[in-house]
Design a protein around this ligand. Structure first.
Ligand code: CA
Length: 227
């Protein structure tokens, strides 16, 4: 697994490179935002650790520009203490998770593992990133969805939920599992959040949302996506 570390604190680069390498990761580091962005844009990494305050190009701009380019590599943002607004902004701009400095390396490793598990590269995503069911087309790489060739607007969480369903189709998922897998284990949403997002997805994608053909309710257990 290849990790790109974009960070300008020399000490942190050394410590993290050392530790991640000993955990078996291949680490490449960049100490300014522009170099980091150029490396990340190659799409050759499995995960990006991204500092916010960086010379030349900040972490938010990097995350936003990568997503705009269609680069879907998971991004774990490293924010400074107390930057609550930053963390919200970061997630909105395309980061997948964040960690506040200073952090324990064990915590970082846990987050990295969680992100890599969720990442399309490590699951059975279709090789070309395209998936079809009925008259719905999903481009997993570009995060674009169409129905009858018309663009469908999905929120980030709706898309992530749909992506999870596609990559884990045919399996029954409990609401708790979906919360963990899609929203993340330290999130505050309740299982009701899952129901609401499922309802929205059905509304946007199913022919008859009241009698869904693809996103099915398995009574007493959860949901299942079948094609
Ligand atoms: Ca910094």
């Amino acid at each position: 697994m290849r990790i790109l570390l974009v960070e300008d604190e020399k000490g942190l680069i050394l410590t993290l490179t050392d530790r991640l390498t000993s955990e078996g990761f291949e680490v490449t580091s960049a100490s300014d935002g522009q170099t980091g962005f150029d490396l990340a844009a190659s799409g050759e990494f499995d995960l990006i650790l991204l500092d916010v305050m960086l010379p030349k190009k900040n972490g938010f701009d990097i995350a936003r520009d990568l997503r705009q380019k269609g680069i879907q590599t998971p991004i774990l943002m490293l924010t400074a203490k107390g930057e609550t607004i930053d963390k919200v902004l970061g997630l909105k701009l395309g980061a997948d998770d964040y960690l506040t400095k200073p952090f324990e390396v064990m915590e970082l490793l846990a987050r990295i593992e969680a992100l890599l598990r969720r990442s399309p590269q490590s699951s059975e995503a279709p090789a070309n990133g395209a998936f079809r069911f009925g008259d719905v087309g999903v481009d997993l790489r570009r995060a674009e969805v169409t129905k009858s060739d018309q663009r469908v607007d999905l929120s980030a969480m709706e898309f992530r939920l749909l992506q999870f369903f596609i990559e884990n189709r045919g399996t029954v998922h409990s609401r708790d599992d979906l919360l963990d897998a899609v929203w993340g284990y330290d999130s505050t949403p309740t299982t009701r959040t899952v129901d609401v997002h499922v309802a929205w997805l059905r509304q946007k994608l199913e022919e008859n949302p009241r009698h869904p053909q693809y996103i099915q309710t398995v009574h007493g257990l959860g949901y299942k996506f079948t094609v």
